[in-house]
Design a protein around this ligand. Sequence first.
Ligand SMILES: [Zn+2]
Length: 150
Amino acid sequence: MKVHLNQIPPEGIHFEGEDPASILELNGPDVSPITPVRYTLDVGTSGGGVFATGHIAVDLDMACVSCLEHFVFPLEIDDFACQVELTGSEEIDLTDALKEDILLALPPHPRCNWDGRNKCLGVQRPAPAEPDGRESQPDTWGALDKLKIK
Ligand SMILES: [Zn+2]
C-alpha cells in the first residue's frame, strides 16, 4: 500500500482497500494466502514521519500441524500500527509494514480446530502410521502414483 504525501491532510485520512496477496511472498505448501490483504487504516503525519493505525486481514490456507489437513485461517490484526520515516520521497510505502505484521501474526503451530468448530482427527488418532492405511493417504500421493505409471 502506497500513500502520496499530498493525499494526507493535516487532520489525517482514512483508507480502505486491498493489496495483492503477492506482497506477502507466502506460497509454501503449508501456508498460502487465498484473499488479497485487506486494510482499513487511519493515516496521518507526525514530525518527520507518517503513521498508520487500523485493521488488516487476510484469509490463509494453512496445513494443520497435527492432522495435515488444510483449513482456512482468517488472520486479522485489529491493532496494526506503524510509523514510516520520511525519506524525501513524496510516496510513502506501507507495504513492508503490512507484510511484516502479518508474517509475525502467523500462528507458529496452526491447527485446524483453532476455532473449535472443526474436529482435528490428528489429535484423536494416537498412531497414524499404518502401513496399509490407504484412506489416510492424502490425495496428492494418489496423483503422484498415477504420474509414475505414465
Ligand atoms: Zn488438524
